[in-house]
Design a protein around this ligand. Sequence first.
Ligand code: NAD
Length: 468
Amino acid sequence: MSDLTMTIAGQAQTSKETFPVLNPANAQVIAEAPECTPELLDAAVTSAHEAHESWLADPAARSSVLMDISATVESNLDELAARITEEQGKPLHEAKDELSGAISDLRYYAELNLPVDTVADTDDLMVQVLRRPMGVIAAITPWNFPLGTAMSKLAPALAAGCTVVLKPSPYTPLSSLRFGELIREVLPPGVLNIVSGSDYLGSLMTGHPLVRMISFTGSVATGKNIAVSAAADLKRVLLELGGNDPAIVLDDADIDATADGVFANAFANCGQICVAIKRVYAPRAIYGQLVDALADRARSARLGDGRAPGIDIGPLCNPAQRDRITELVGDALQSGIKVAVGGAVTDGPGYFYEPTVLAGLNGDERIVVEEQFGPALPIIEYSDISEAITQANDSHYGLGASVWTSDPERGRTLAPQVESGTVWVNTHQSGVPGQPFGGLKWSGIGVEGGPWGMLAYTELQAIHTNKV
Ligand code: NAD
């Protein structure tokens, strides 16, 4: 049993209260994590507040600290990846990819400076626009990419001159706590505090008077609660919320290449990705072939404990998520929808669910309309492309979408018609450094990634100087 500690004011911190963390592959308790008390949270936020002034004063030091953090993550990658897999369930190679993305984020933001824009510079006056860091950031993360999501917040926030209190999900606190232990020596005390605890701890963070901004990734329901809580003090919010990404397959698409791409982007991390493909629209002419090709890939995917070699799909992260998939697939089956493959939980301990492909849907079933966040993919037939785009857009969500075609130019022309923060052509989820990522409609407010992701942690300040 591990006894990982929180990081508060640069020090290791335990708590009298703890909560169990389970391995989703076998439902065994792997550790007790500290439950941060309101007093300890107050100490964490206060230390972040006190550290802010000197942290914002030295951009060169910030850059070098971010590089040091990236080096620490890199040299401890195997240990951190193993912890992610153990608490979250994803195959080890996916956990390593998550950490490689985190390292890229740290290095990208280590090299980015806040811009100063000169709006006017004449004999009489100068007007410049600066970006002021917000101050103390409450960073609250979900369980699907524990360290990937943490770093997508910490890297730009710290680079911008903010200080941070991070709270991971109670399902996956261990990798973040261990990360805090590893980088304690690298950061000035108070600049980054890492606390663990329940949803209630999150609500205490969003209500704390010294927090100036909440950077949240998680469900739409919690995002709305956070926006309400933030309103009382007009705290700024960055909300990265759920998605229900459509893949729109055109009639000229290559079936095998499309099935490979769609399958990989629907079932990675057992479908538990905000920006996974969650519904597929396929034209009548190739509908049956595409369903068969996706079902073949689901049949041959190796399901198992993510720590074992050769595993493609791990368990769902927690029993609530497995129950949700069971409920949504059950609802579709009750309305007479056909299972092309899968459709059941597997025997034994752990929260496994068979990779599932559903065919013959109308498009109004719950599993099409709601975010399933798991390994069950509905395929909807369409007869003309405008109908498919209308159905794709008929959603409260607007995170990602993709168009699949043998003619990339045709895909690129259609892309702006789709209402989502990103539209990919012949891929999904890919990104390059400098690319923004965020959601329209209920999928969020603001973006992460690129220079915009750092500016999100700042406010504009105009300096207007009369020279005479
Ligand atoms: P969740 O909203 O239940 O919890 C996320 C975090 O918020 C956890 O740390 C939790 O303890 C905390 N929390 C819960 N209630 C709170 C409250 N009232 N105040 C403050 N904090 C609170 O989400 P989840 O189930 O952990 O994650 C799954 C969801 O996250 C899915 O909807 C998924 O699409 C979304 N997600 C979005 C993105 C994105 O970038 N858009 C990325 C990953 C996941």
